[in-house]
Design a protein around this ligand. Structure first.
Ligand SMILES: [Zn+2]
Length: 280
């Protein structure tokens, strides 16, 4: 049976879109690693029998920040009028007790750090289950509950509640990919941070790269710091960027892949419907 050509299951337009969406993250990663080059995907479009499409990775010099167009020199000038923000990513510091596991660099979930993180979380959950199991075994039957039993149950309930609240960002991570790290999981001098899980294509539940980072941007309305927050009642189920100077009014969408966001309130968008094209 002839092999299915790659162009069938991997259309070049899709490859191009995947690559372009990650361009901003890629450039930032190269700059953080202090590289002088950036990989660029070059496409030689084929067509017809025996003329296949070819992909090539070129390594081009990273444009210096101060020798290109005004957009690079003054990114705010472009975003200020458009209601757009461009997020920057930087490493964030974990709480002291989590630091030995997380380290400073992103790590694969299928590494000793990843296994330790998952293992510790499962162990904690098992310890809590054990607490409830002991309660069930000792308190079943028809005897009345004593004051000691009640305080045991209350302690178990409080511990379970606190654990779920504290670990929620890590528990939700496989599904949400980006979650907000709470104060218990962050260093005392780190005010904002997000856990990020970048999946690799072949892995299922526990695969991918884990990192603790801080996404932030400059507010396109007032130049305040935009930090990632829960969307709350106004934007349920979403993470959004909120300006520290006007958190209720200056709110932006947050896309962890393209690292772009647009104003969530139509007043601040040039288009009355709030539909701002992400790429001008
Ligand atoms: Zn603002």
């Amino acid at each position: 049976m002839p092999e299915t050509p790659a162009s069938r299951w991997l259309p070049s337009a899709e490859v191009r879109r995947w690559w372009d969406a990650r361009q901003a993250s890629l450039e930032q990663a190269c700059r953080h690693a202090e590289l002088s080059v950036i990989p660029q995907l070059t496409l030689q479009t084929g067509g017809g029998r025996g003329n296949t499409t070819l992909y090539r990775l070129d390594f081009l010099p990273l444009p210096a920040i101060d020798d290109t167009s005004d957009d690079r020199l003054y990114p705010e000038s472009r975003t200020a009028t458009s209601g757009l923000v461009e997020y920057q990513v930087e490493p964030a510091k974990a709480a002291w007790w989590l630091r030995p596991i997380l380290g400073k660099q992103p790590f694969r979930m299928r590494s000793w750090r990843g296994y330790l993180l998952v293992g510790a979380t499962i162990l904690e959950a098992l310890a809590l289950l054990l607490l409830w199991f002991v309660a069930f075994v000792t308190m079943r039957g028809s005897r009345p509950l004593s004051a000691g039993d009640l305080s045991y149950l209350l302690t178990a309930a409080a511990l379970s509640y606190l654990w779920v609240q504290a670990m929620r960002p890590l528990i939700r991570l496989p599904a949400d990919r980006v979650t907000i790290a709470n104060d218990i999981l962050l260093a005392y001098d780190q005010f904002h941070g997000q856990f990020k899980l970048v999946r690799d294509a072949k892995s299922k539940l526990a695969g991918g790269w884990f990192q603790l980072v801080r996404h932030h941007a400059s507010c396109s309305i007032c130049s305040g710091d935009v930090e990632i927050a829960d969307g709350g009642e106004a934007f349920p189920g979403r993470l959004i960027g909120r300006c520290s100077d006007s958190p209720l009014e200056h709110a932006f969408s947050f896309d962890p892949v393209t690292l772009r966001g647009r104003s969530l309130y139509p007043d601040f968008s040039p288009d009355p419907h709030g539909q701002v094209p992400l790429v001008p």
